[in-house]
Design a protein around this ligand. Structure first.
Ligand SMILES: [Fe+2]
Length: 318
């Protein structure tokens, strides 16, 4: 059939609603365009894909991501003063528990501790930016011993949206969430006074909380720990509604967990269809967990939310 994808991958659903295993990916050669397109289509359908024991590298992960659009990068964070392990590869987001010198982060490093803790709260990558993230790829380079935590958890925010009563969908359809990375840091680090801020005065990015997932036409609930309040409502009312929606979407039935098995395992997810977080665990300050991520910028019509691309700036934090 003209235009149809040539089937080169095996996709096996794993979870209740989201999550599937992908087999047939070979990173020893550049991923061909038709395979990248097939992978992207599967990702939009299943929300999360997992491939085991691949031979992916930082460079091949970046090359695949670039086939799906421009990549987000850490340049704004570097500009804000953060040291990175991979300054030569600014497309790589270091989501390990390691400092720039490769040592395990301890509480003596409050900057990295606050960021690591923030990762354990539900979010969609880049929601705090004016142009949000689309697809993320995470790669396991070094894992803590099994049973010590560090798995990656996902929520099916499309089915959660669809399950809302019609009256609720009607109520939230025009709500715009006001997002900041600092609210995630505040929630995750109540012991750090530097995040005790007036959140009406920090820069906020605006993204509607009820959206259409463009590739599938399904509804999606776009909320998480960056979402501080809702435009036009009182802070209290915005928080109440956000918390109520978070309670709904975090129900066990919407959850899918990736248990990391070995180096070379990778997961792909669609930030415009699922939420995610890193599970906490005793590995924390004891065992090395080296995970690296890249993210594309979303290219749907929802990418910029209610933000003005002409004046927008990517957010950077130390
Ligand atoms: Fe993330």
């Amino acid at each position: 059939m003209p235009g149809a994808l040539i089937k080169k991958l095996t996709i096996t659903p794993l979870g209740n609603f989201i999550g599937a295993q992908v087999e047939g990916l070979d990173f020893s050669e550049p991923i061909p365009d038709d395979v990248a397109a097939e992978l992207r289509a599967a990702l939009h359908e299943h929300g999360v894909l997992v491939a085991r024991a691949t031979n992916v590298t930082d460079e091949t992960m970046i090359a695949l991501g670039k086939k799906w659009g421009p990549l987000d990068n850490v340049l704004a964070h570097i500009k804000a003063g953060r040291r990175m392990r991979f300054e030569h590869l600014p497309e790589i987001f270091d989501v390990s528990n390691l400092d720039p010198d490769g040592n395990i982060i301890t509480k003596d490093d409050p900057v990295r501790t606050s960021s690591k803790r923030g990762n354990t709260l539900w979010h969609a990558d880049g929601a705090y930016n004016p142009r949000r993230s689309g697809i993320s790829i995470i790669r396991a380079v070094e894992l803590p011993p099994k049973g010590t935590g560090g798995q990656t958890e996902f929520l099916d925010s499309r089915t959660a949206y669809e399950d809302l009563p019609d009256s609720k969908k009607e109520k939230i359809k025009s709500y715009v969430g006001m997002n900041t990375l600092l609210w995630n840091r505040r929630l995750a680090n109540p012991d750090m006074p530097e995040f005790d801020l007036d959140f009406t005065k920090v820069p906020l990015s605006k993204h509607p909380i009820a959206q259409i997932h463009e590739p599938t036409g399904r509804g999606n609930l776009y909320i998480g720990s960056y979402n501080h309040h809702i435009e036009g409502l009182s802070i209290e009312e915005g928080r109440r509604i956000t918390d109520e929606l978070l309670e709904h979407v975090t129900q066990e039935k919407y959850k899918f967990t990736v248990h990391w098995e070995q180096a070379g395992d990778i997961a792909f997810w669609d930030n415009t269809a699922v939420l995610h977080r890193a599970a906490v665990g005793e590995y924390g300050e004891k065992y090395r967990r080296d995970m690296r991520r890249i993210s594309t910028f979303d290219d749907s019509k929802w990418a910029w939310g209610a933000n003005d691309p002409a004046t927008a700036k990517q957010v950077g934090l130390t």
